[in-house]
Design a protein around this ligand. Structure first.
Ligand SMILES: C[S@@+](CC[C@H](N)C(=O)[O-])C[C@H]1O[C@@H](n2cnc3c(N)ncnc32)[C@H](O)[C@@H]1O
Length: 360
């Protein structure tokens, strides 16, 4: 049993079952034992590989996307370039390298990173080698125009889950199974009082269906959208999930690149859930932003010129490097791979033209 599991069991013994969102928040974010705070999570040695870790092309194209958005914004002399959940800093490192094509952009950019893990902050400092302002959340940003990037950030924010039974919704909680002493799921005794917190499409789930919401993701999106509507700017969100809100259980654990039981090995497995893009887009509209997408990641990257960039890189590559570029291209754009499973959603101030990568 992990130390975090022991800690969570003590909490449950003292106060009763905890909501799934509290369990997920502790498993990922406990300052000492949380997953992102102590474990090497990325790459072939870790539990999962993200797009920027697959290929430098991903971050490079996003860097050029940022440059174009900054020009669309009228090239403000000072703006926030902010990444949420930057992991090892790979995406931002590649983006800034590509943006050297536009020295005036780099001159104007104030680099801000939203990252709670001190361990990952140290890796980001090493990767970026330039002044960075770190934040634990998005509430402390200076009031100037901003470009936000979030790749696989929203899927790491805790979710609440509700199960439909007898025409009522009960929240999924984490308890201790008295027979085995293991963590297990149970349902809240009281039904959900205000079903309007569930998106309409989820409320139509049949008996036994599951609805998921991420109050944390909604709150972050609301702040980003408010900032963009008020100060000017844009955001690019790339993550795992369907384009439209739909019921279903997407809570999952990855350990050593394999699915595992999310209630075992707390703090030693990555926990994620699908991002509800439709709800995020609705929140952005309500805050005064316009949105483009969501569209599949493969389409977005192809329209930004991924295939051209791959051909260019291949020209000076060894046969092994060429094979790696071709495999990366397949993983990033293949409809059965990240290309179809991941979606891109852009937010923008209403005065901005269509976001690069979202037109035909
Ligand atoms: C799956 S990783 C994605 C890393 C990176 N974007 C990439 O594509 O390689 C999630 C990142 O979000 C950070 N993170 C998770 N929950 C967070 C929170 N509540 N606030 C700030 N950062 C968080 C993690 O520490 C990590 O850097």
């Amino acid at each position: 049993m992990t130390e975090l599991e022991e800690h969570i069991k003590r909490l449950i013994r003292a106060g009763g079952p905890i909501p799934l969102s509290v369990y997920m928040g502790l498993a990922l974010g406990h300052p000492e034992y949380g997953y992102y705070h102590h474990r090497e999570v990325f790459g072939t040695e870790g539990d999962f590989i993200t797009a920027p870790e697959i290929s430098q092309m991903f971050g490079e194209l996003i860097g050029l996307w940022c440059v174009q958005r900054w020009r669309d914004m009228g090239s403000p002399g000072e703006f926030i370039l902010c990444e949420l959940g930057p992991g090892r800093g790979t995406l931002m490192r590649d983006a800034l390298r590509a943006a050297r094509l536009a020295p005036d952009f780099l001159q104007a950019a104030q680099l801000h990173l939203v990252e709670t893990s001190r361990r990952l902050r140290a890796l980001q400092r090493e990767a970026l080698q330039r002044p960075v302002i770190w934040h634990d959340g998005v509430t402390q940003l200076p009031q100037i125009p901003a470009i936000f990037i979030a790749n696989e950030f929203f899927d790491a924010l805790p979710i609440r889950q509700f199960l439909r039974r007898d025409n009522q919704w009960r929240e999924k909680m984490v308890a201790i199974d008295p027979a085995s002493d293991d963590l297990c799921f149970c349902l809240s005794p009281a039904p959900l009082a205000d079903v309007s917190i569930l998106p309409a499409a989820m409320r139509r789930a049949p008996e036994g269906g599951i609805a998921e919401i991420s109050p944390g993701a909604q709150a972050v999106l609301q702040i980003l959208a408010g900032h963009i509507a008020g100060q000017g700017g844009a955001a690019l969100i790339i993550d795992y999930g369907p384009a439209a809100s739909s019921p279903g259980d997407s809570f999952q654990a990855l350990r050593g690149q394999r699915y595992s039981d999310p209630l075992r090995n707390a703090g030693h497995a990555d926990l994620t859930a699908h991002v509800d893009f439709q709800t995020l887009a609705l929140i952005a509209h309500a805050a005064g932003c316009k949105t483009d997408g969501p569209i599949p990641q493969g389409a977005f990257l192809s329209r930004l010129g991924l295939h051209l960039r791959a051909r260019k890189l291949s020209q000076s590559a060894t046969p092994e490097q060429r094979a790696a570029i071709s495999s990366a291209l397949h993983r990033l754009t293949g409809p059965q791979e990240m290309g179809g499973l991941f979606k891109a959603l852009a937010l923008g101030h209403p005065d901005l033209p269509l976001s690069p990568g979202f037109g035909e």
